[in-house]
Each structure stands twice: as C-alpha cells, then as structure tokens.
Design a protein around this ligand. Structure first.
Ligand code: UT7
Length: 310
C-alpha cells in the first residue's frame, strides 16, 4: 500500500504587490530585490482573509481534480505558521468550510518545511492502513506577521495556499521516501514570537538552507533506491532564486530540472511547494509516473526531502 497524489490545487489572493510598489514604501529597489532574491511580485491577502480562506479554494480544486467529494476525506492536515487562531486549528475551520464529514483535523507548525512534514504524516496514516484519503494543505498569510518597515523581510514573503489529496493506492506509484529533520539550536535564525512580527537573520539562514536541502535530498534518493538521473523534476521550497540555483549546482543538475516560480509569488512558506508542484503539473513539466523530488527548509530550523512517483 502506498500514498499517491490524486489531486492538486492552489489559490493566491488577487491583490498583487510588485517590487515597484515596495520601492514607494521602503528604502529598496526592484534591482536589489530581483538580483538578490529573484522575486518580482507577490500576492497579498486582505486583512480579514485568514489562512483557511486561502486554503478553501485550493482544496476545492484539489478535490475536483481528484474526482472526490469533501465527504471522502478522513483527515485534514494544514501546515501553517499563520493559523486563523491559536486554537481551534485552521484545519478544523477548513474542514467545516469544506463540508467534510467530521475528519481528524489538525495543524502542523514546521514553518517553510510544513508541507513536506504534512505529506510525511499523511503518508504514514495511509501506509499504516488507518486512513484512505488525506487532505494535506500549506496555507499562509505571512503579510499579517511582516514588519512592513523592515526591508530585509518585507520584500521576501507572500501569501497563498496549495493542497493535495493523498490517497491509498496499490498501483505502485506514490511516496517512496521521506527524510525529516530539525535543529532547534538555530531557532534564532528565523522566528516569530507570539503576537509579534517575524524576524530573520537572512545570511545565516541562506547558508544553512543549501547544505540542509542538499543532504536531505541525497538521503531521500538513497532511501527511495533511485538516483538523480531518474528524477524528472526537483521542486524546492521557493525561498530565494540564489538558493534554488545553488542547490541545482550542488546536485549537479541543470537549472531547468529544478522548478522555480518565485518571481510571481515570493516565499509563501508552507504553501510554496504545493503551489510550485501545481504549476509544474499545469505546465506539463510533471506527468503521471514521473519521479519527483521535493525539498524544503525553514524556521525551527526544520528541513527535509521527499521522493515520490507522481
Ligand atoms: O523560507 C526559508 C528561510 N528563508 C530563507 O531561506 C531566506 C534566506 N536568506 C536570503 O534569501 C537572503 O539572505 C536575503 C535575500 C534575505 C538577503 O540577501 P543577502 O544577500 O544575504 O543580503 P544581506 O542581508 O547580507 O544584506 C546586504 C545589504 C545590507 O546592506 P549593507 O549592510 O551591506 O550596507 C542590507 O542592509 O543589503 C541591504 N538590504 C537591502 N537593500 C535594499 C537588505 N534588504 C534590502 C532591501 N533592499 N530589501
């Protein structure tokens, strides 16, 4: 028994904030942001919009693509660092808005690695035989925790949501390996105290990101029993185009084998991998049966990688 991705969806709020818009409120420039991060614009939620509001259309689309109803879902897992409330979980709000039939529902706090932590947990529920269909979601409204006077973080993050339906299958495809790690001793690199704004030591985070994602990727490939040559596409967390390109170089992959859409969305934290996976699929860059590698890195520190057959 394996867990495969049956359907995928995404949603970003319509309001777009460009680098030129940021030039008007901060001492920054389109040139600096583009060359240092690869970001051109990001989507920003309204003040009243919560993570579950962004997750809802993403989940509806994932269910539609899977040909399933909310009633088929046994568990809802939401990875978010910007939950609707401290409690109840964003997953409880989301399951109710979707009209699910009283599934297990809970949130994961693993910052930008949250979606792959969620996939790993969903995979365990399915391979253990406990559940058949699990909704795994990354949904973030980082604009609500940004200090808009801090140019070193305000230009980086964006809002959005991505979701997958993970289902039991016996056809051989699905998640093949998962490597998840954390190191709390580096918590000060990227954090957000309760009720306060996000803080980041960018350069420190940058260096740790490349090494951690490289190591986790190689370990996940080894555990899956395949090599990089078998991988059709690497889908990394979208934190910075320089991190993505450095990872490609470390792995010895051409840049076109490593997906990026950071120019459109910035860093959407836990939502970045499902949004990137959705767009790669829509653009025909991943097809049924392809091997793909997901890898992420974020506050905690947390990091990891997953190898799956799409
Ligand atoms: O999501 C997972 C975790 N997050 C990440 O992985 C983020 C990793 N870090 C990064 O992506 C990069 O470190 C940043 C994009 C955040 C910063 O790039 P950097 O090349 O590491 O720049 P820096 O922080 O070393 O700053 C270089 C200079 C500084 O000026 P001085 O001291 O050299 O005069 C900053 O004050 O750039 C300045 N600076 C800016 N200038 C214009 C910082 N932010 C800006 C800005 N516009 N927005």
């Amino acid at each position: 028994m394996k867990a495969e991705i049956k359907g995928i969806g995404m949603y970003v709020p319509p309001r777009v904030l460009t680098n030129y818009d940021l030039e008007k409120i901060l001492d920054t420039s389109d040139e600096w942001i583009t060359t240092r991060t690869g970001i051109k614009e990001r989507h920003i939620a309204e003040e009243w919009e919560k993570a579950s509001d962004l997750a809802l259309p993403a989940c509806k689309e994932a269910l539609e693509n899977a040909g399933m109803s909310p009633k088929d879902i046994d568990a809802v897992i939401v990875a978010t660092s910007t939950p609707d409330m401290t409690f109840p979980s964003t997953a409880c709000f989301l399951a109710d808005k979707l009209g699910c039939s009283k599934p297990m529902a809970f949130d994961i706090s693993a910052a930008c690695s949250g979606f792959i932590y969620g996939l790993t947990i969903g995979n365990s529920f399915i391979t253990s035989g406990q559940f058949k269909n699990v909704l795994v979601v990354g949904a973030e409204v980082f604009s609500h925790i940004i200090d808009w006077s801090d140019r070193s973080t305000a230009v980086i993050f964006g809002d959005g949501a991505g979701a997958v339906v993970l289902s039991a299958t016996e056809n051989g495809s699905g998640i093949l390996s998962a490597v998840m790690k954390s190191d709390g001793s580096h918590w000060g690199s990227l954090y957000c105290p309760v009720g306060e704004k996000l803080r980041m030591r960018g350069r420190e985070t940058f260096k740790l990101a490349i090494k951690s994602m490289e190591n986790a990727s190689l370990k996940a490939l080894h555990e899956a029993g395949i090599t990089l040559a078998d991988i059709s596409l690497v889908i990394p967390h979208q934190a910075n185009i320089r991190i993505i390109n450095a990872l490609a170089e470390k792995l010895g992959l051409p840049e076109d084998k490593v997906f990026s859409n950071i120019h459109k969305y910035g860093n959407t934290s836990a939502a970045s991998i499902p949004i990137a996976m959705y767009e790669a699929w829509k653009e025909g860059k991943i097809k049924k049966g392809d091997y793909i590698l997901l890898t992420a890195f974020g506050g905690g520190l947390t990091w990891g990688a997953i190898v799956l057959q799409f």
